[in-house]
Structure formats: structure tokens, C-alpha cells
Design a protein around this ligand. Structure first.
Ligand code: NAI
Length: 348
């Protein structure tokens, strides 16, 4: 297993491997950049096919966190942890405590929180042994509420840039995934006058959206093809492939799901068809933005002057609008321009 040889290695500042044989813990923490401040990034607890895949995931996701925090204007760097193994089989209190003790050692440069396979209760358990965790039940509360608010601010920029409009009135938005974030987005768009098309693998939430929002139901496998103005992926990563990009009928793709573009070519395919893509890590930064207060209160951390949370979330609109304008000026897809802007901000 190689760090420096990994295709995902991007001059990461630090990569830590933590092992606790007694509890069965094997964890990797990748810190991509601390140029703007101590790094932050959630903990993904997952059974990986190989250790190299786990390492690659930590390297890739930590770089994405650097970009997300930088473009959200936060004094935070990018990092990410993975705990290797099936959480249903190996997640125990002693393991989470062993993990927390390791995080405590590197807490001056990294703090963590939830991600796939980790619940708020798990984060509470980790927080029993280290202060370097955010998203506990005593903290900022459910980040998905703030993520949904931020996504809708971003969607405003999409509506202005792609459709030359200032409201959602009558806009048709196809939302894939009505979970914590997708439901919040649906609620806000419905209240703003949008017409919704929805899909989820859980029939109960789809029925609820039909009843509550008058939404039209679509097949989960086909919603990207819906006759909509905007396609909003709020479930899974990798939904935009070269194939699906060719099938999308919407004029814009903008949603909460992380890593929506399966490959850079999928982004190029969207751009080639004149479909505006809103880089996901810009749109979905509301969660990390809401966690800033908690991070600045951690031991040894610098106090920063905080503008109100609502203003920080609203800034997602301005940032996205700036990315769209610059991308149009450069003749490049927005995700390429966003990456360039993020790298400029972190001095790369
Ligand atoms: P969630 O787990 O609450 O909701 C996901 C929803 O998608 C569920 O209702 C699930 O049934 C549905 N789903 C799963 N597979 C599907 C499929 N094939 N087709 C249609 N629906 C499907 O997750 P949450 O928190 O709402 O997050 C959604 C996305 O946003 C994820 O990609 C997540 O990584 C991303 N995100 C979430 C943030 C947060 O604050 N929760 C922050 C940043 C990104």
C-alpha cells in the first residue's frame, strides 16, 4: 500500500495510520492542507475492498474538504478519516474510544465529525475522550438543516445564471433522494413556488412528498431523465456519468450529493450539452459552515470573528455566482474553475 504513489496523493501534509489491536481499530487520517487553518473532516466507517482503497478514499476526500472549506471562506483546512471495517460488525465503545484517543494526539491540526457509518451517538462516544470532534448532540445540531438551506441559496445562483430569473416560481426541479437534505430542499423549493418531481428508494417519503408538496413521483433509476429545468441529486455520489450526462433533459444540475461527477469526462459531457453544473462541494458546504463555531472553541484554536450563520450560508450564492461568471469568462466548466479557485485559496 503506497501513499506517495497513490493517484489520489496531492502533496498531503500528513497521513496517519492508527492501529489498536485490542479493539480491532485500523484507521487512516489524511490531512491535505492546513494553510487556512486546522483541518476538519468527518470520519467514514466502512468495509473497504482493499486497504489501498481506504487510503485512496481518505486522500481524495481530504482534498475535497480543503476545497470545500476554502471556497466557503472558512479558516479551516481539509482532512478526512476512515475507519476500516464493517461498522455493523466491529463498531464498539472501546474501538471508538481508542479512535478518539488517537484523534486527541493530532487535535491541534485536525478535528473530526460524522460521515457514512458514524452516527451522532458514535460521535458523542468519541467526544468522551477528546474535544476535537464536532457534530455531537450537544453541539451545532443537525448539519443537514444548514446544508439544505445552503443548497437552496446555491440554487438561487443557478436560477439567475442559467435561466435569467430571480425566483423559483414555476421552475420544475427533479430531486433525487428525499433524505435529511433532499427533504429540506424540497420543502424550501415548494414554499418558493417550484414544481417538484421526486424519487427515492423509500416509497413512504415519496408518498409524503406527493401529499405535502403535490410532487410528481419518478422512478429512482430514471429521475435524471425527468422533464425538469433543474436536476438536483441529493442521494448518491457518481450519478453523473458520461452516459447519464447524455440523457439529462434539465438545463442545470445542482444538488447536495457529494462527488456527483463520476469522472471529469462526465463534467465535460454536461458542459458539451450546455448543461450548467454547480460544483457539489460549493453547494453543500452548509454543514461545515454551521460547524465553525464548535471548531473555534476547541482547545488551542484561534478565535475568529464570526458573521451570523444565516449570512455565511447565504454567501454560498455569491461564491457560486462568482464561479459561474469566471467559468463563463474562461470558457471552462464550473467544476474546473472551482477547483482552480480553491487551489489558489490554499496556495497550491
Ligand atoms: P440521507 O441518508 O438522509 O438521505 C439520502 C436519501 O437518498 C434517502 O432517503 C435514501 O433512501 C435515498 N436514496 C438512496 N439511494 C437512492 C437512489 N438510488 N435513488 C433515489 N434515492 C435514493 O442523506 P443526507 O444527509 O440527506 O445526504 C444526502 C447527500 O448529501 C449525500 O450524498 C451526502 O453525502 C450529501 N451531503 C450531506 C450533508 C449533510 O449535512 N447531511 C452535507 C454535505 C453533503
Amino acid at each position: 500500500m503506497g501513499v506517495w504513489a497513490s493517484p489520489e496523493f496531492d502533496d498531503h501534509e500528513q497521513v496517519c495510520f492508527f492501529t489498536d489491536p485490542q479493539s480491532g481499530l485500523r484507521a487512516i487520517v489524511a490531512i491535505h492542507s492546513t494553510t487556512l487553518g486546522p483541518a476538519a473532516g468527518g470520519t467514514r466507517f466502512k468495509a473497504y475492498e482493499t486497504d489501498q482503497r481506504a487510503l485512496d478514499d481518505a486522500l481524495r476526500l481530504s482534498r475535497a474538504m480543503s476545497y470545500k472549506a476554502a471556497l466557503a471562506g472558512l479558516p479551516i483546512g481539509g482532512g478526512k478519516s476512515v475507519i476500516i471495517g464493517d461498522p455493523a460488525l466491529i463498531k464498539t465503545r472501546p474501538l471508538l474510544h481508542a479512535y478518539g484517543r488517537f484523534i486527541d494526539r493530532i487535535g491541534r491540526t485536525y478535528a473530526t465529525g460524522e460521515d457514512v457509518g458514524m452516527s451522532v451517538a458514535d460521535i458523542d462516544t468519541v467526544s468522551e475522550v477528546t474535544p476535537y470532534v464536532g457534530g455531537t448532540s450537544r453541539g451545532a445540531g443537525d448539519p443537514s438543516v444548514h446544508t439544505a438551506t445552503g443548497v437552496v441559496h446555491g440554487l438561487h445562483a443557478v436560477v439567475e445564471h442559467r435561466f435569467g430569473r430571480s425566483t423559483f416560481e414555476g421552475m420544475r426541479v427533479a430531486i433525487q433522494g428525499l433524505g435529511a437534505v433532499g427533504w429540506g430542499v424540497a420543502e424550501r423549493l415548494h414554499a418558493a413556488g417550484a414544481r417538484l418531481i421526486v424519487a427515492d428508494i423509500r416509497p413512504d417519503v415519496v408518498e409524503r412528498a406527493q401529499a405535502q408538496f403535490g410532487a410528481q413521483a419518478a422512478d429512482a433509476a430514471d429521475i435524471h431523465r425527468a422533464d425538469a429545468d433543474i436536476f438536483s441529486p441529493c442521494a448518491l455520489g457518481g450519478v453523473i456519468t458520461v452516459r447519464t450526462a447524455g440523457e439529462i433533459r434539465a438545463a442545470a444540475v445542482a444538488g447536495a450529493a457529494n462527488n456527483q461527477l463520476e469522472t471529469p469526462e462526465a463534467g465535460t459531457a454536461l458542459a458539451g450539452r450546455g448543461i450548467l453544473f454547480a460544483p457539489d462541494y460549493v453547494l453543500n458546504a452548509g454543514g461545515i459552515i454551521s460547524g465553525l463555531e464548535a471548531m473555534t472553541r476547541m482547545p488551542g484554536r484561534r478565535a475568529v470573528a464570526l458573521v451570523p450563520l444565516e449570512d455565511r450560508l447565504a454567501a454560498i450564492h455569491d461564491r457560486l455566482a462568482a464561479i459561474f461568471d469566471r467559468a463563463a469568462g474562461e470558457g471552462r466548466p464550473p467544476e474546473v474553475t472551482a477547483e482552480t479557485m480553491a487551489r489558489e485559496l490554499i496556495g497550491r
